[in-house]
Design a protein. Structure first.
Length: 366
């Protein structure tokens, strides 16, 4: 009886171990089955990308476009591929032609998230905000793993002052790729503009720069956050570093001009603002800075001219107010003389009015 009990125990142990072995085998086989396609897709994406680069170098833009599209379909996390794809499209036709081609692709293929993402960018450049928003939302709906589309949706929502939607889009992008610089830079802008949380903004810019250390745009924007925080030395350091990478950026040169102006380096500020205006003659931000710098330097006539131009070009009454203030400061003695004269005339008139009833009463008494 005891022997039969021991035999039954051994059989149950063998059956249990057999079941464990079977389960582990199935799990390992399933893992291997799932990993293999992922590895294969990554390898195929690499091959498609290298093919696209080679075709691009050979000037075969249409074929390069198809290769980059294939790579993105295989691996939508490769947001950097969109840079190559945009370049290939820009060489292959005009803006209107590219727009028509992308629209045709999107209409023919309901899963073409790449075309919807690119359409969103083009619509935004044209100021077609509703179309841009719809296109980008369509892109992330089709392919939720498209890091670039989520980031573009974040930037567009920021532009439209939809802060919560922008923040959520950037966070979705960073959940997919925690090192994606554009998404970190987008969050930095939100912290700076909507919350005035400059410390969080600087933290996000540092993360963006750790991914793209030579991105002059991030450096310029980071320097401006330091400026707004009142840290002019740190601001000038970052802005100067950015200017070495992108010396002709009008926004960057203007920001350097504002920092120089705050440091009372008026002539250096004037040179920076003029350099920005040479690159972009209708840049009101730089023209306003030039006017302020000229006024600080004592050149009121030239400052008045720049205030007028800034006001006429933008129809922004802020520049008109500065112009009026300048005129008042220049002609303060005339204003005071006018006020004194007006007060004197008013006083004389009042005294005369008070004297009139007395004369009338005397005449009637006689």
């Amino acid at each position: 009886m005891a022997q039969m009990s021991r035999r039954g125990t051994r059989e149950r142990r063998v059956a249990r171990w057999s079941m464990y072995t079977l389960v582990m085998s199935v799990l390992l086989a399933g893992y291997a089955w799932g990993a293999q396609p992922e590895t294969a897709r990554s390898s195929e994406a690499d091959q498609a990308y290298r093919l696209g680069v080679r075709l691009q170098q050979e000037g075969r833009w249409t074929e390069a476009t198809q290769a980059f599209r294939s790579a993105l379909r295989l691996d939508p996390l490769r947001a950097g591929l969109y840079v190559r794809l945009k370049e290939a499209y820009s060489r292959g036709g005009t803006g209107d032609q590219v727009l028509a081609e992308l629209r045709a692709h999107a209409d023919q293929d309901g899963t073409d998230f790449i075309s919807w993402n690119l359409l969103g960018v083009l619509y935004a450049k044209q100021g077609r905000w509703a179309d841009a928003l719809a296109a980008l939302q369509r892109a992330v709906q089709i392919q939720p793993a498209d890091v670039d589309a989520w980031t573009n949706l974040g930037w567009l929502s920021s532009e439209l002052k939809q802060s919560e939607r922008a923040r959520e889009a950037f966070r979705r992008a960073l959940a997919l790729d925690p090192a994606y610089g554009r998404a970190h830079a987008g969050l930095a802008g939100l912290y700076a503009e909507t919350e005035s949380n400059y410390d969080k903004a600087l933290e996000e810019y540092r993360l963006a720069l750790s991914a793209e250390p030579d991105n002059s745009g991030y450096l310029y924007d980071m320097g401006w956050v330091y400026y707004r925080k009142g840290m002019t030395d740190e601001a000038l350091e970052r802005l100067t570093q950015a200017s070495l990478l992108s010396p002709d950026d009008p926004a960057g040169r203007a920001k350097i001009g504002w920092v120089r102006l705050r440091q009372k380096e008026n002539q250096a500020a004037i040179e920076e603002f003029e350099r920005a205006l040479r690159a972009k003659p209708d840049y009101a931000f730089a023209r306003f800075g030039l006017a302020r710098a000229l006024q600080a330097e004592g050149n009121d006539d030239a400052a008045a001219i720049e205030y007028k131009r800034a006001w006429r070009e933008t129809d922004n009454d802020l520049y008109l107010l500065y112009l009026i203030k300048l005129y008042l400061q220049r002609n303060l003695w005339m204003v005071l003389l006018t006020v004194v004269a007006a007060m004197g005339l008013t006083g004389a008139w009042l005294m005369r009015r008070r004297g009139l009833p007395q004369g009338s009463e005397t005449a009637s008494g006689k």
